[in-house]
Design a protein around this ligand. Structure first.
Ligand SMILES: [Zn+2]
Ligand SMILES: [Zn+2]
Length: 317
């Protein structure tokens, strides 16, 4: 049963449970994020880098009066993961920082993804397309290049424009054409299914939460999209404990709908900005105005069936 006392001393507090650092595609180092949290009065933050565990900086965070939740955001795909269609992200909160299980698996994913790169290049070059390493690395922004980085680098290279317009007469389909060219290049060991991601988080001491289900470029476009509630129900037995209802990716009218789905399925309601340190982004800047509740991801809350809403959104201002 959910309860929601108003705790006025939290008036000035902010939390942000979805933040990326330079350990994946964010622009600020974890230390800089903690400093910025302190300036912005964000007193709880989850560093959730893509397919990475950031260093354990809980002592540094504590010294700044911030609670740091060791987290990750695992990218996976519904259906056949090697097709890399229908992506979705699963956040893992409260991971044991030295868990060999997840560290070994993430290292194996890296290794497999590095091996995929030469296959992407060969497939594109076999079609006569030019692949410039510097373009690919620019697209990947410090991460190991994936298929979509190769697509981006190839499509933006002016030397490919003419050939690409012949391979894909409809310009809107050029990325689909490039994906098709590389369709058999993704190893099964380079991708995770949602069940694998959920199990990995759980077996590393963490709590899996479905990230931004209505992100514009993945997941389900609206909360009533077919399959969303079914997906969650299917993954509850695997340990999925929550859903990121509050997200900068969600339009405000979607949030109450997502909260209803989460509540009906007895899921924790979480939220975060998906901060990457880009121009105009602000830590803890989720808009709460159309909704009334938020669940704190505290140590106590990290008990899937003992979730407590510790303050109301109106307290957050
Ligand atoms: Zn994401
Ligand atoms: Zn993210």
């Amino acid at each position: 049963m959910i309860f929601m006392p108003k705790i006025s001393k939290l008036n000035r507090n902010r939390i942000d449970l979805h933040v990326h650092s330079t350990h994946s595609d964010g622009r600020l180092s974890p230390q800089n994020i903690l400093r910025q949290c302190s300036q912005e009065r964000v007193n709880m933050v989850a560093l959730a880098d893509h397919d990475r565990l950031t260093p354990d900086l809980r002592a540094v965070a504590r010294s700044l009066g911030i609670r740091l939740v060791i987290s990750t955001e695992l990218g996976c795909y519904r259906n056949d993961p090697t097709k890399m269609e229908h992506p979705l992200h699963i956040l893992g909160y409260g991971i044991a920082p030295s868990s060999n299980k997840i560290l070994n698996k993430l290292a194996a994913l890296d290794e497999s993804r590095r091996n995929d790169c030469s296959r992407f290049r060969q497939a594109l070059e076999a079609e006569g397309l030019e692949v410039r390493e510097e373009d690919v690395l620019r697209e990947a922004k410090g991460q190991i290049p994936r298929r979509f980085h190769y697509s981006g680098a190839t499509a933006k290279n002016p030397n490919n424009f003419e050939l690409l317009s012949r391979l894909s007469p409809d310009p809107k389909l050029k990325y689909a054409t490039l994906r098709q060219i590389m369709s058999d290049c993704v190893s099964r060991t380079s991708v995770l299914s949602p069940a694998e991601a959920t199990n990995l988080i759980k077996s590393s001491g963490g709590f899996p939460v479905l990230a931004h289900p209505c992100h514009k470029s993945d997941g389900w476009p609206t909360p009533d999209s077919p399959g969303l509630a079914e997906f969650i129900e299917e993954h509850l037995p695997l340990g999925l404990i929550g859903m990121e209802c509050y997200s900068s990716h969600h339009q405000s009218h979607m949030i109450p709908q997502l909260i209803k789905i989460a509540t009906d399925l007895n899921l924790a309601i979480t939220g975060g900005t998906d901060f990457h340190g880009r121009e105009g982004e602000r830590l803890g800047a989720i808009k709460f105005k159309d909704v009334s509740t938020f669940i704190d991801l505290t140590d106590d809350m990290l008990n899937p069936r003992g979730c407590q809403i510790i303050y109301s959104a109106s307290d957050l201002g």
